[in-house]
Design a protein around this ligand. Structure first.
Ligand SMILES: Nc1ncnc2c1ncn2[C@@H]1O[C@H](COP(=O)(O)OP(=O)(O)OP(=O)(O)O)[C@@H](O)[C@H]1O
Ligand SMILES: Cc1ncc(C[n+]2csc(CCOP(=O)(O)O)c2C)c(N)n1
Ligand SMILES: [Mg+2]
Length: 315
């Protein structure tokens, strides 16, 4: 059973999801939404990073700490939330003080950047695994959801995609970094920028849907299409490929930018006919538009499966 059907069939059942307090949004989006006050909702998410699945176990502990918090905060950004605090559940093979100090420094660097405070956690011994639970706030009823996209909306992506995925051979020591371009890709893998300001800006300026890209642009846009009951038509020449990705991957650059994961850019829908104000905090590229053909996802007129084999599968 794949990860998503497993969640749907085993965990997304009323005995579990309605046994307690009311949720404005439960399973199914980047974060859950909990009623809080007449003005705000609490926004929460958890992400687990497993050594040698999500990051190389022998990586720089500062960067492991930095990246672990960044990828969780990215889910808050996708909802347009303001970060507040986080919990850290850490499973360690040994208590190596030097490693832990550097890990903590990396966490602290991202905590400062994101404006998020460590509120608690849990520490156990076992194979290196890092879980980060984040929480923040949104103005009530205004969170960006995967489900808000409408036929005709324009589809945008922030920044450049594919760079972190293209870094994998370097971070796994299968290839040596010899150029500035390769180093940029490696930096993008280890130090992703959660698009917090962009998410808040999109919420304020009327974006209709958003998701952060952890699994690849095409795969994650697929989640917006499913949740919104829409299709999409994209133009591959619009996919934002950085000069560094082009230099390093040549003809494979588009494959990385469309299908690679770990970018933590935001993909969002924007009402047609409404210009994007020029004070958008991160450059975003229009890739195409939403259609009323439920989950029919076309790129250059061909089915998306001609471009991407599918998302990362844990099982
Ligand atoms: N074991 C689980 N029990 C309940 N809900 C789950 C479980 N695993 C995932 N979910 C929920 O399923 C939805 C999809 O999860 P997923 O991990 O794919 O989202 P994501 O965090 O945005 O992506 P990524 O982990 O790639 O960053 C989320 O709403 C998440 O809370
Ligand atoms: C060492 C190493 N190997 C491979 C990858 C790529 N990768 C692993 S899981 C995943 C999808 C998101 O998973 P999840 O849904 O669990 O968040 C991706 C893109 C990596 N980051 N590090
Ligand atoms: Mg997400």
């Amino acid at each position: 059973m794949d990860e998503f059907s497993l969640i749907r069939t085993i965990f997304q059942r009323p005995e579990l999801t309605t046994a307690g307090g009311q949720l404005d949004m439960g399973i199914g989006d980047d974060c859950a939404l909990v009623p809080l006050s007449s003005e705000h909702q609490l926004v929460q998410s958890i992400d687990t990073l497993v050594a040698d699945v999500h990051f190389p176990a022998g990586g720089d502990p500062f960067l492991i700490g930095y990246r672990s918090l960044a990828v969780s905060v990215s889910d808050l950004a996708a909802m347009g939330a303001t970060p507040h605090s986080f919990f850290l559940a850490l499973t360690l093979p040994e208590a190596d003080t030097k490693w832990l100090e550097q890990f903590s420094n990396g966490l602290a660097a991202m905590a400062k950047e994101a404006g998020i405070s460590l509120a608690g956690g849990d520490t156990t011994c076992g194979p290196l695994t890092i879980s980060v639970h984040v929480q923040g706030f949104v103005p009530k009823g205004r969170a960006l959801m995967r489900s808000g996209g409408k036929p005709g909306d324009l589809i945008y992506v922030s920044g450049h995609t594919g760079e972190a995925c293209a870094a994998l051979p370097y971070i796994l020591n299968q290839r040596a970094v010899t150029t500035k371009a390769e180093q940029k890709l490696v930096d993008r893998y280890w130090q992703p920028t959660p698009r917090i300001k962009l998410g808040q800006w999109l919420l304020e300026h009327g974006a209709t849907a958003a998701i952060d890209i952890s699994d690849g642009l095409a795969g994650d846009l697929g989640h917006i299409l499913k949740a919104s009951g829409c299709g999409a038509e994209l133009n591959s020449s619009r996919v934002p490929i950085s000069p560094e990705l082009k230099e390093t991957c040549g003809e494979w650059a588009l494959d990385k930018a469309l299908c690679g994961g770990d970018d933590y850019e935001l993909c969002f829908c924007w009402p047609a006919g409404k210009a994007i104000p020029s004070d958008i905090p991160v450059t975003a590229r229009n890739l195409g538009f939403m259609t009323d053909r439920s989950e029919q996802f076309l790129i250059d007129g061909q089915d998306v499966s001609n471009f991407c084999a599918g998302s990362y599968r844990h099982f």
